[in-house]
Design a protein around this ligand. Structure first.
Ligand SMILES: [Zn+2]
Length: 224
């Protein structure tokens, strides 16, 4: 952030990317009403953040605000999202990630409200892209306690289900953070469909090792 210039004239590409991802989240049905929020690193301990109480379907670049690493508003015309603290907890634990997406995609949120763990080793691309997908325990949204619920999991996974709430995905860039939300919700939809057909068929130990090696080779392993 260059404080000698107005915020409105800075981060034009990043603000546009956030708006585009917001529009896609809304179009996919991942964010009803004002659900969901998106953040991106903006350098020097600052973060771009979507505003509170606004549909992701109508986001415009001037709606995006700048916050510091404590969640305090630094620049922008609106109030920051109430879930910024959750995102900041992820950035604190994961210096390797550049963007975070939180929303309420219906299929993944169905697992969040039934507290059903996601099975491992049934779908190849999920193992390569996401691997372990934990469910973080419930705390009231918007609180420090809520932000801390991801602490035990965030180093081991780029996709976390938030119990009784929704999802959180982390990416090396914003596109990847959005992709992981898509992959996660698609996986949950496939699991729900499969449950109507028959029992899951699991990869053999050799096949599991092969997929784990591919995850590492292609650079999708979280730091752990
Ligand atoms: Zn939420």
């Amino acid at each position: 952030m260059d404080f000698s210039k107005p915020f409105e004239t800075q981060f034009a590409d990043q603000k546009l990317s956030i708006c585009e991802v917001g529009h896609r989240l809304y179009a996919k049905g991942f964010s009803s009403a004002n659900d969901g929020n998106i953040t991106m690193r903006a350098g020097d301990g600052y973060f771009l953040c979507t505003p509170t109480m606004q549909s992701k379907g109508s986001l415009k670049p001037n709606d995006i605000v700048l916050i510091d690493c404590e969640g305090e508003l630094v620049a922008g015309a609106k109030q920051r999202s109430s879930e910024a603290l959750l995102h900041l907890e992820a950035y604190r634990q994961r210096p390797d990630i550049q963007a975070v997406v939180h929303c309420h995609p219906p299929h993944a949120t169905a697992f969040a409200i039934t507290n059903r763990s996601l099975p491992r080793w049934v779908l190849a691309e999920v193992e390569i892209f996401l691997g372990y997908i934990p469910i973080a325990p419930y705390k009231a949204p918007g609180t420090h306690e809520f932000a801390e619920t991801i602490h035990p999991f965030v180093k081991d996974s780029n996709a976390i289900i938030l119990a009784h709430h929704g999802t959180l995905t982390l990416g090396k860039d914003l596109e990847q953070a959005f992709w992981w939300t898509e992959v996660l919700d698609s996986y949950c939809r496939i699991l729900i469909l499969a449950s109507q057909i028959g029992p899951l068929q699991y990869f053999t130990p050799d096949q599991q090792r092969e997929l784990a090696a591919l995850q590492s080779k292609w650079g999708f392993s979280p730091p752990g």
